[in-house]
Design a protein around this ligand. Structure first.
Ligand SMILES: [Zn+2]
Length: 315
């Protein structure tokens, strides 16, 4: 049996159909370090614990090594893991629920794995009984998305889902070197950035590259910038545009689980004089996924069009 298939089978085991920490349905993330399946919100907290305590991966979108898959199978799923990590709740502590606040979630997950406060009393060793004050501290050394271009799905604390932006192609881009340009694209959302590869001497480049961004609760528009790669000086800008993701997210929230619906249009981002759209951009359910095709006329530049597709990947 292939590794991916083994992982899918484990995920379909009944105890793994809910998040190991908060019980939210349909977890799509996992920590092979611990051996648990997690919802996006809990995964975001796990990520702040650091990869030594909990390395997190997307079940469906990440590449897993055989070792990581074997580690999950060895633990045997959420029930087995929780029979250790949630063996014994101290007075006043109870199991986390799916609607817990961010603070409750962070405190619970840190107690559970970092301080291991819920082990059977006989298993506890004194070094694990860290002073409770430390659990209130803000996490340090959180990997910064901006210094580390994100090409893979991420679960970020407080995120409500992920966007997969497929940069399809550019057309009629501006000339920045003698006769041509070496374009690449950067997309950003809040602090996060992701970028495509550089296309050598090409004003009509075809990328077909996926860029991943996580969507924070207070998201704004996605900013897209095209640059000309320059070996000897700072890269020149070749235009920019904003992608309004609100129509997509609003309809995604309204429809919930898109896999329950057939192919249909569920929303629209309208072309207007104050956005960069070339034409109205519809939001559709396609094969159970929420997708939107977008054509952008680059702004603040003499010419250039970018074609892309956005997919919202719910938590
Ligand atoms: Zn959870």
């Amino acid at each position: 049996m292939s590794g991916k298939k083994k992982l899918k089978d484990l995920l379909h085991q009944s105890d793994n159909r809910t998040c190991a920490d908060c019980g939210a349905p349909d977890p799509k993330w996992a920590s092979p370090t611990i051996g648990v399946f997690l919802c996006l919100k809990c995964c975001g907290v796990h990520r702040t614990l650091g990869p030594n305590i909990s390395k997190v991966l997307s079940v469906t979108l990440d590449e897993w090594t055989d070792e990581e898959i074997d580690a999950m199978i060895e633990v045997g799923g959420n029930s087995s893991a929780n029979s250790i990590y949630e063996a014994h709740f101290p007075d006043g502590v109870s199991k986390l629920g799916p609607d817990a606040s961010h603070e409750q979630r962070a405190r619970y997950i840190r107690s559970k794995y970092e301080h291991q406060d819920f082990l059977k009393p006989s298993l506890k060793i004194s070094s694990n009984n860290a002073p409770s004050a430390s659990s209130a501290k803000e996490p340090v050394n959180v990997p910064s998305a901006s210094s580390n271009p994100v090409q893979k799905p991420v679960c970020v604390e407080g995120a409500i889902g992920n966007l997969k932006i497929t940069i399809l192609q550019g057309a009629n881009l501006a000339v920045r070197d003698m006769l041509s340009s070496d374009p690449y694209i950067v997309v950003s959302l809040g602090e996060q950035k992701a970028q495509t590869t550089v296309q050598k001497s090409n004003l009509n480049p075809i990328w077909n590259e996926d860029l991943m961004l996580s969507v924070p609760e207070d998201y704004g528009p996605v900013k897209l910038q095209v640059f000309d790669y320059d070996t000897f000086s700072a890269d020149d800008i070749m235009g920019e545009a904003e992608i309004d993701i609100q129509p997509m997210l609003t309809s995604a929230m309204a429809y919930g689980d898109a896999s329950q619906f057939g192919d249909m249009q569920i929303g629209k981002w309208l072309k207007s004089h104050d956005n960069a759209l070339l034409e109205d951009s519809t939001v559709n359910i396609v094969d159970g996924k929420i997708k939107q095709e977008v054509s952008l006329q680059l702004q603040n530049v003499e010419s250039g069009i970018i074609y892309l597709e956005v997919e919202f990947i719910p938590p």
